[in-house]
Design a protein around this ligand. Sequence first.
Ligand code: DAH
Length: 360
Amino acid sequence: MTASSDLDALEARLSADIEAAQDLAALDALRVGALGKKGEVSLKMRELGKMSPEERQVMGPALNGLKDRLNTLLEARKATLEDAAMNAALASESVDVTRPVKREAQGSLHPVAQVMEELAVIFADMGFAVAEGPDVEDDFHNFTALNFPEDHPARDTHDTFFMKADDGETPKVLRTHTSPVQIRTMLNSKPPIRIIAPGRVYRCDWDQTHTPMFHQVEGLVIDKETHMGHLKGCLMDFVAAFFETDKVEARFRPHHFPFTEPSAEMDVRYERVGDAVKVGSGDQWMEILGCGMVHPNVIKSCGLDPDEYQGFAFGMGVDRLAMLKYGMPDLRPFFEPDTRWLSHYGFSPLLQANLATGLS
Ligand code: DAH
């Protein structure tokens, strides 16, 4: 056998083995066996040194050619095997995204989160954006700019939590309502303004219907020609959407808030159905929110001209709305980590509130 027919036979065998390799490990073993330090081809290359110059001139290029061709074959087989491995993984790990989602047994949305979502959806549909402010507020935003006079008793009725202040400083407060977000919004943006501001508020109070932290949503509309009619229409539409009824009968009772003039409380006709309420029928009236036309002093403290701009504002308790709509008799468990309560009153995180298919 000549040296070159020897090489042809070696190439034929190695090539066939490479083509037949079934996985990446087998292929790598073949590579090491042929081209590794002690591989068959490498050992032959080492013999070149012992050859005559004539022999070497023939065998050198022949061995290099063989090495190149084997490398090319190894690469190609490797790519094929890798593709096959990827396809197998894809096939075995595939997810059918068209299958209906399983409702996991654990985890649900807190009713407060659900109601806040519903409020955002309803007011977004009327063109309101969502605004936010800090929980630790200063006296200016929480009281002064909202037209609460210095030392006025209204400041006391809020059962305010005061923060510790440095000597001579006015103490900061835990905001007692979401109304300071009205001020922040008017100071930071230009009319026309339409926002709601949902969030936590704090008052020193604790019984069946009061907790020291609870939730409110504030509404504010500022424009050039805004009147009580807009306020009424907006709130009637809101109540209809929130309580999912077409029939809303409302009564706007005169009231007093320092930041609105005139001020009113909105009552709606309702009847009790278990612990929940049905709005639109019955012979009882229930107060659901405070509202009014923004006081000119408030508009002025935000640097706007009250002769040019007016607007309306409203505020309501989110927890209370949740209790009324979903029939919880007691507010306190809202803030206790009781998973039984949550799994009873919680909402599926997979069903997003929307006006087309229903809020709840
Ligand atoms: N801030 C009031 C409160 O905490 C609620 C309120 C009443 C907000 C009337 C308003 C409003 O914006 O116009 O009790």
